[in-house]
Design a binder for this molecule. Sequence first.
Ligand SMILES: [Mg+2]
Length: 350
Amino acid sequence: MIEDSLNSRTNLSELGEFGLIDLLTKNLDIKLSSTVKGIGDDAAVMDFQDKQILVTTDLLVEGVHFDLAYTPLKHLGYKAVMVNLSDVYAMNGVATQITVSIAVSNRFPVEALEELYAGIETASKIYNVDVVGGDTTSSTKGLLISITALGMASKEDVVYRSGAKPNDLLVVSGDLGAAYMGLQILEREKAVFKVNPNSQPDLDAYTYLIERQLKPEARKDIPPLLKKLEVKPTSMIDISDGLSSEVIHLCKNSGVGVNLYEDKIPLDPTVIAACEEFEVDSTTIALSGGEDYELLFTVSQEDFPKIKANPHLSIIGHMTEAGEGMHLITRGNTKIPLIAKGWNAMDKEN
Ligand SMILES: [Mg+2]
């Protein structure tokens, strides 16, 4: 499908590594004063003055983390950046620079990598980060992308997973489950396409779900929003693996328990509709689906008035003493133990 979508094909070997790097990075300019030196020396140089530095990295592997049958390369580049920036925002920080490393087989023409970089460039513009380095090499099979993001925060602003206290409120941004249902739609269309390549799918009803899967947006807006509301979370994490697994991370790192209320979990109406169509339980999807890239955090009870009416935030539970355990309180008021069934990077089924 990559070959189908691109008119011209320049073999990677025609450019050589340095020619390729020059081509791919020619539109990337430096925007931030914290970037002293970007691409073009042995190492990039940054000046964060008195801030603490946040560093996070992610590796995406074709066939494990993405399927090029339905993932446009531009979207893939964009998403690879989002996955990393989301981790910086989850520390209550500001993302500032990224490095991009790719390994690629010669089945990809130069034009395919230009598409990938177009997505990276768009993300770096919208999210105001500088691309300051990386590496490009060949792989025997498929495409690998590794992005490292740098960010900064003042010492008093950094939020860890470990600060939640009993009675703190559990809060999540946005809504959950849409990215996973988007993936189900795309997998179904791929299966249909295999049987009938001439089929013209009507995906209008699923636009939001597919966008959440292919082009997620990291919650850059949440740390400044919390600052404006004068709320400092006691703990925070981003939702990459599914709500239950992230809630458990906060509990274990903070030494607390939780009561999570099923009826408080924010779901978009299109997620509910898709769950009915696929005959799956929407709560299960929100708990285990993953890839939502929303922020999950805890705040002190005192901060309740500051966040209660905010349209971006939902209060979905409260923390308890560790001895009380981690529970989901169902709509029928049954208390069931919360278990991590999140997306597992080592699981071949995914
Ligand atoms: Mg994370």
